[in-house]
Write a protein that binds this ligand. Structure first.
Ligand code: SF4
Length: 219
């Protein structure tokens, strides 16, 4: 799935590129592109599948009904928005909220990878099956991986439900909260063990946080 080497501008530069992007057909129907949002040194990055209607109108991730579910689940896990960086596999709303297509995911991937490289989180959380498969490919199956720790490019990844799924099936509420509690606990354990400043990309010491490792934009 590519790896974590490459274009790594500061997050603001990635956001600017996203807002002007015409790399795939999704730019044709968007009102606003939706770059990720959150602290540039977040320990946790949440990854959804794509912006919805409210996100498309506001240019901000997870501000609609699903965002409210997410906020509630984060709070129940002892977390809040300022603790996490939230982004999506694709940054523009697909028509009628359909799942993003493979070529759209691929076109948008440089922005997601640039966000991850800039932030260097301790933990990734994918929200829903499309986010999981958009990030790691078709395996593992969501049903097998949900709530378990797997890895993406050396970063621990915990797949969980999309908050929108909870809107349709309230029985998933406790599972989403339980998964986020597990994430919060893992990060607490990490903080007790490893100072934040000592956790650079293990494969490459690289420049200081936030520096641009490559000035090239994705083509
Ligand atoms: S979805 Fe991503 S690649 Fe496609 S136009 Fe939007 S920002 Fe560009």
């Amino acid at each position: 799935m590519g790896g974590l080497e490459g274009w790594t501008p500061p997050l603001e530069e990635t956001a600017t590129a996203v807002r002007a992007c015409v790399r795939c057909r999704l730019h044709l129907g968007r009102t606003l592109a939706v770059p990720g949002e959150g602290p540039p040194d977040a320990d946790i990055v949440l990854i959804g599948e794509a912006p919805g209607r409210q996100e498309d109108r506001t240019g901000r991730p997870f501000v609609g009904a699903a965002g409210k579910v997410l906020d509630r689940s984060l709070a129940a896990a002892g977390l809040s928005r300022p603790d996490v960086y939230i982004t999506n596999v694709v940054k523009c709303r697909p028509p009628a909220n359909r799942p993003p297509k493979a070529d759209e995911v691929q076109a948008c991937r440089p922005y997601l990878l640039a966000e991850l490289r800039a932030i260097q989180p301790k933990l990734l959380v994918t929200l829903g099956a499309h986010a999981l498969h958009g990030l790691v490919g078709p395996r593992p199956r969501f049903a097998d991986a949900r709530g378990t720790l797997i890895a993406f490019e050396g970063i621990r990844l915990l797949p969980t439900y999309h908050p929108a799924a909870v809107l349709y099936n309230r029985r998933l509420d406790s599972a989403l909260t339980k998964d986020l509690q597990k994430v919060a606990e893992l990060v607490r354990e990490d903080r007790a063990r490893v100072p934040r400043s000592g956790r650079l990309n293990a494969r490459s010491p690289g420049p200081s946080r936030g520096a641009t490792r490559s000035g090239r934009r994705p083509r």
